[in-house]
Design a protein around this ligand. Structure first.
Ligand code: CTP
Ligand code: MG
Length: 245
């Protein structure tokens, strides 16, 4: 449970060091523009929109830290939000660890948020933070699946693959970010767990920690392939139109 003696302080770590291979050739994914503003800036603003977030740590492409720092200096954030930029690593996991190493003393709650999910609404961010403050050590926002999922025996690309199992769809969730953690728990996970993982919460699971799911949001989708850029710009256009009324 949260300690009433210790004030909670929340920081967000934003891994943004990936190349974006699936998006195709061009600048690193986080620096690609959505309606004229870099995806990373949208993601940073999405974290800074929460009043609880006092610090944002951006993990930049390994050779892109000065450029990212310059971008952040150019784009205003709320006054209550500080930011730091550190260079990232070869894998997402390593980039997150480098971001965690940059956190100052006194941070109790950490969000880890993909730069590639630039449009997550602040209500989702706040719901994750609240669940951590209410005592969960690891919280992930997630949505039910639209598609049925098959487990297969992977074969050569394009070749037919035998189906091994069909998990019951109603029990499956597609996981998003920001994922929220008790700071000490996430640090322990990142210093203990080795091997490939695709999200931070699974590292806590491996340590035997309890991870809980809260409702995610369809606008928290990950920009992965070219069509996702079209969808992201459509969401921004819809927001702009709605703000006009
Ligand atoms: N990421 C990172 N460091 C890496 C790899 C990924 O910080 N070495 C970040 C990405 O910048 C992204 C998030 O992790 O914000 C989620 O990763 P993903 O969507 O897979 O992005 P990329 O790895 O850049 O894309 P791809 O896998 O298509 O190359
Ligand atoms: Mg990747």
């Amino acid at each position: 449970m949260s300690d009433p003696e210790r004030p909670s302080r929340t920081a967000a770590v934003i891994p943004a060091a990936g190349r974006g291979v699936r998006l195709g050739p061009g600048a690193p994914k986080a620096l690609r523009a959505l309606n004229g503003t870099p995806m990373l800036i949208h993601a940073v603003r999405a974290m800074a929109a929460s009043r609880a977030v006092s610090l944002v740590v951006v993990v930049a492409p390994p050779d892109g830290a000065p450029e990212v720092k310059h971008l952040l200096d150019e784009h205003a954030l709320p006054e209550r939000t500080d930011y730091l930029v550190v260079p990232g690593g070869d894998t997402r996991q390593e980039s997150v660890r480098l971001g965690l190493e940059a956190l100052p003393e006194g941070i109790t709650t950490v969000l880890v948020h993909d730069a590639a999910r630039p449009l997550v609404p602040v209500d989702t961010v706040d719901a994750v933070i609240e669940a951590v403050r209410d005592g969960a050590v690891a919280v992930v926002p997630a949505l039910p699946l639209a598609d049925t999922v098959k487990e297969v025996e992977p074969g050569a690309p394009g070749a037919p693959e035998p189906v091994v199992a069909t998990p019951q769809r109603a029990r499956l969730r597609a996981v998003q970010t920001p994922q929220g953690f008790d700071h000490a728990t996430l640090l322990r996970a990142h210093t203990t767990v080795t091997g490939e993982v695709t999200d931070d919460a699974s590292m806590v699971e491996r340590l035997g920690g309890t991870v809980v799911v809260v409702p995610g949001h369809e606008e928290a989708f990950k920009v992965t392939r070219p069509l996702d850029l079209v969808l992201a710009e459509a969401v921004l256009a819809r927001r702009r139109a709605n703000d006009g009324f």
